[in-house]
Ligand binder design. Structure first.
Ligand code: FES
Length: 134
């Protein structure tokens, strides 16, 4: 994350965004969303594993492209890892760590997410501290 972006994000007040209800995302699938934070479009995606959900920015740490090769295609063929469509990096769903590919040992940017009365709510820009650069 660049210093300029970090400064901008620190000035933004975190807000909550209701995306959908958990039943809208089948188990072992993912869905992409765009939220508008201070009028800026932010691409993110949610992965559901059983009744757990995980949220990440839709941006590969390798060169910064979107991960999906077509809408909502964020997982590998086994639905057990997140896969970047550009160069094939594989990330753990639980923490976003890249375990194979050109950005191994780097993380996706996690986003705080909660389920309230079945609604999936993300909090942005307050991200989960899961890497050395956020
Ligand atoms: S942009 Fe994702 S692996 Fe290269």
């Amino acid at each position: 994350m660049s210093t300029q972006k970090l400064i901008i994000m620190q000035k933004m007040k975190p807000r909550s965004y209701s995306l959908c209800v958990i039943d809208d995302i089948p188990v072992d699938e993912a869905r992409g969303f765009v939220i508008y934070h201070n009028e800026l479009p932010i691409q993110l995606f949610i992965v559901r594993k059983e009744n757990s959900i995980y949220a990440y920015e839709n941006r590969c740490p390798h060169v910064g492209t979107s991960l999906d090769w077509q809408p909502n295609q964020f997982l590998d063929s086994s639905n057990s890892l997140i896969q970047c469509s550009t160069h094939g990096a594989l990330f753990r769903i639980e923490d976003g760590l890249c375990i194979q590919g050109p950005c191994v040992n780097q993380y996706l940017t996690g986003i705080r997410v909660e389920i309230k009365d079945k609604d999936i709510i993300v909090f942005y820009p307050r991200t989960i501290k899961n890497s050395s650069n956020n």
